[in-house]
Design a protein around this ligand. Structure first.
Ligand code: FPP
Length: 244
């Protein structure tokens, strides 16, 4: 990628990784096999994102609503997350990747919570890529949680006025910039309760490719499409020169 193209890349890519189940179904495999292959795509996309020097990647791995899936599938998904952490942590240290959870993990098995917290602590000083995994995440709940915390601080007198910047500082993503690009795989045209506050001006790209098939070519196509977009943030082209 040329230097000019590099400067047009998004600084934050968020992905709704969908289609693992369909990928397995078309191969007459159990749904969990789709998640296993999906994990390979995660590894692939993380590596490419880092190589491209995109500093933030947020992956929607487990929504609050996903708790209602069959117990065996939930169990396997959580196991895969544990395996991912175990295998990838040394690599994250080598490759200067910071691992962060976006969501509320209090309902996760204690051992997994411990593993997640340990990975966050260990990688806290890493800078090249911030890998944010949305877990037991709900955008509406994130907003409600922010309101509750804000009200508490107002009661204490720590906060006297609210604006967007103040509100944002109460979200799970308080120190992560809003996504520039949201990718959704497997063709559904919806945002599924993901980063509802944060995607106000995010460019959305939907591909029919199923997540386990979403590898380098499909990712580069999404990035090229993003680079062609003209972002106006509600303004007009002529007035945008000062915007970062
Ligand atoms: C959506 O496909 C995918 C998920 C609910 C889970 C995503 C998990 C992974 C990619 C593997 C684990 C990831 C990490 C980071 C450890 P779906 O099952 O809803 O597919 P369908 O819509 O075709 O049924």
């Amino acid at each position: 990628m040329s230097k000019l193209e590099q400067s047009k890349l998004p600084a934050h890519v968020a992905i709704i990784m969908d289609g693992n189940g369909r990928w397995a179904k078309t191969r007459n495999l159990p749904r969990v096999e789709g998640h296993v292959q999906g994990l390979e795509s995660v590894r692939n996309i993380v590596t490419i994102t880092r190589e491209l020097r995109i500093p933030y990647l947020t992956l929607y791995a487990f929504s609050k609503e996903n708790w209602s899936r069959p117990r065996a599938e939930v169990k396997r998904l959580l196991e895969l997350l544990g395996i991912f952490l175990e295998n990838e942590l040394p690599l994250m240290m080598d490759e200067d990747i910071r691992f962060r959870v976006v969501g509320d993990i209090k309902d996760f098995p204690k051992k997994l919570q411990h593993q997640l917290n340990a990975a966050m602590q260990k990688t806290a000083g890493n800078k090249t890529l911030s890998l944010n995994i949305a877990l037991s995440y709900s955008g509406r709940e994130e907003i409600l949680n922010a309101v509750r915390l804000l009200l508490k601080d107002m009661d204490k007198g720590d906060i006297t006025h609210i604006d967007e910047k103040v509100f944002q500082s109460y979200l799970y993503t308080r120190d992560i910039p809003d996504p520039d690009l949201l990718i959704r795989t497997s063709g559904e045209m919806r945002v599924s309760n993901f980063l509802l506050w944060q995607i106000a001006y995010t460019e959305i790209y939907v591909t029919d490719t199923l997540w386990p098939d979403f590898r380098e070519d499909a990712y580069m196509e999404a990035l090229r499409e993003y680079m062609k977009r003209e972002r106006r943030f509600g303004s007009v082209k002529e007035n945008l020169s000062g915007r970062a």
